[in-house]
Structure formats: C-alpha cells, structure tokens
Design a protein around this ligand. Structure first.
Ligand code: 4NP
Length: 169
C-alpha cells in the first residue's frame, strides 16, 4: 500500500507534455527553495493518452529552462484512479480538465479538485480562470503559460504555508 504523504499535489492537463509538467517543475523549484521538499509530494498527469511515456514538449522545456526550471526527468502519464487516494490536491489547467477529472473520480474520494488559477490573485483580478492550451499555438503562448503558472503556484505555496505547514513541521 502506498503511504499517503501529508501534502501531495497532482497537476493535470490534457496531454501532460506542456502545462502540467511546467506546473510540476515550477512548483517543485519553489517547494525546494522553501526547504519543503520532504513534506510536499508533487506529480503531474494528463487526461489524454497520446503522449504516454514521452518527455515534455520541447517548447515547454526550453521556455522553462530559460527561467531556471528543469523538466528533463518528467514523462507523460494518464490520471489513474489511485491518484484520488494518493493526492490531497488535484490542480487542473482548464474547465475541460476539471470536467474530465471529476468524471474519473471515485464517488467517495477526498482529493480537492480545483482550477490552478484559483490560487492566482492576479488572474482573479484579470478574470482569467484557465491556463490556455499552448500546443497548437505560437511561442508566445508558452510565455503566457509560464507566467500564469509561476503566479498561481506561488499563490498555492503561500496558501499551503498559511494553512498547513506550521502544523506539519
Ligand atoms: P497540454 O497540451 O495539455 O498542456 O500538455 C497539449 C499537448 C498535446 C495535445 C493537446 C494539448 N495533443 O492534442 O496532442
């Protein structure tokens, strides 16, 4: 049996090669910089199966690398039923991911399933609720995705620190 960590976060998008691996690597860096890697478990997954086992999209990896985030060890996988037991938070990129993940969730699951941008104060001010899919678009889409993800994952880390971390340390 997998022992559930006290705090565990799964980032989910469609292909698990652009947005969710970016969120995974960015949040992992912030968690590490805050000395919290031993109490926050992080992973990412997708709802679509086209890229299972593959590394992240080159455009996402290169954009993230420019800003100091490393996606090189990440490989795409599907969301699994056990994720709803093993993760306390499942943070998704858009409303389609939200609907798809909710459909996969067992009835009695305890994971909190939310849009990642709920944790971005700036996105709320801008009335932006989704991290848009950059896959079929141009380079600037990848800049935009990284900006949104940095802001929201920082906001999420602040939320965790305010609500849980002192209890866990
Ligand atoms: P992601 O982007 O959901 O951010 O990983 C996509 C990657 C691949 C595809 C769609 C979205 N695709 O259709 O293959």
């Amino acid at each position: 049996m997998i022992k559930q960590k006290k705090l565990s976060v799964l980032f989910v998008c469609l292909g698990n090669i652009c947005r969710s691996p970016t969120a995974h690597a960015v949040f992992r860096k912030f968690v590490s910089d805050n000395g919290l890697s031993n109490i926050i478990n992080i992973d990412s997954a997708g709802t679509g199966d086209w890229h299972i086992g593959r590394p992240p999209d080159r455009r996402s990896s290169e954009k993230a690398k420019e800003f100091g985030y490393d996606l090189s060890d990440l490989r795409a996988r599907l969301v699994e039923t056990t994720d709803f037991e093993n993760f306390s938070y499942i943070l998704v990129m858009d409303s389609k991911n939200l609907a798809d993940v909710r459909k996969l969730a067992p009835k009695d699951h305890k994971a909190k399933i939310e849009l990642l941008l709920n944790y971005s104060a700036q996105s709320r001010l801008d009335n932006v609720y989704e991290v848009p899919d950059p896959y079929f678009g141009g380079e600037d889409g990848f800049d935009h995705v990284l900006d949104l993800i940095e802001d929201a994952t920082l906001g999420f880390l602040d939320y965790l620190k305010a609500n849980y971390i002192s209890e866990l340390e």
